[in-house]
Design a protein around this ligand. Sequence first.
Ligand SMILES: Cc1cc2nc3c(=O)[nH]c(=O)nc-3n(C[C@H](O)[C@H](O)[C@H](O)COP(=O)(O)O)c2cc1C
Length: 307
Amino acid sequence: MISFCGIELRHPIVNASGTFDAIAARRAFGDALLAEFPFAAFVSKTVTLAPRQGNPPPRLWELGAGMINSIGLPNKGLEGYLAHDLPQLAELPVPLIVNVMGSAAEDVVRLVEAFGDRDEVAALELNVSCPNVKTGLLMGADPGETAALLDAVRPHTRKPVIVKLTPNCASPAAVAAAAEQHGADAVSLINTLRGMAMHPRRPGEPWLGGGTGGVSGPAVRAVALAQVREVRERVRIPIVGMGGVQSGRHARDLLDAGADLVAVGTETFRDPLAGARIAAELLRIGANSGMFTGAPQPARPRIAQGG
Ligand SMILES: Cc1cc2nc3c(=O)[nH]c(=O)nc-3n(C[C@H](O)[C@H](O)[C@H](O)COP(=O)(O)O)c2cc1C
């Protein structure tokens, strides 16, 4: 067992928000899913105050090493989620982390209060990849915006609050430091990187209905490693590392870069039970870890810029 923000977990592998639909998986696998749930905790897709339709199609573009999605966070909204999804997710045999997002601090406060009151919810994850309607700034791209959001939210819940950082900003590490100073219990990273695909038949037009989308999968793994390492050098709170993890080796690398947990996202589109496989692979690597290490190594150089 490992402890994350006071929550007991069987192993360090969880799902990345929005990439594993536990309710649909239960329909596909039946109660076998409950007997052998592939993740140590379940992270919900993003919930917003009002229902959202999401972006117009097409919503996906496959890349050589991952994909671009412009799903646009469709969801039933707070009331629909509490009525329909929460009772089903409460049956899962693992702790539930609810991911929320709002375009104003007051919206996020209402979401955090509503879920903070529920015993079924172990922790909250704040998706800050959203522009603030008042300032126009991306909440998670600016340390001041993130600090202001946490100042508003923190007094309203005693549950652990995880801030999901965006890689689409000048310094995720500076945002992580602001989150820590203003009461975050943990940070998670990386969210998707902004990208686009051109329409194969209509020159100059984007393929995705949303224009741009979020790049995920193996293509972003090296970015995730660098950002987790940078964030680890700035904060002491736990880190949930993610981005392109397909194997126990990839998970091990993120843990070695400074993560405490690892989330698996895009890989579950190829293998819905990837979480269990990656956790088992990680355990085997752990058992072998003495093999090549020998004497303790001197400290590695700090991060340098590429040239
Ligand atoms: C189809 C899809 C939907 C996603 N939905 C959400 C979401 O609702 N909320 C969120 O915070 N992140 C969302 N993400 C981002 C993932 O949680 C994760 O941060 C990112 O995909 C990197 O991990 P990966 O390379 O293992 O997929 C989504 C990603 C994908 C591919």
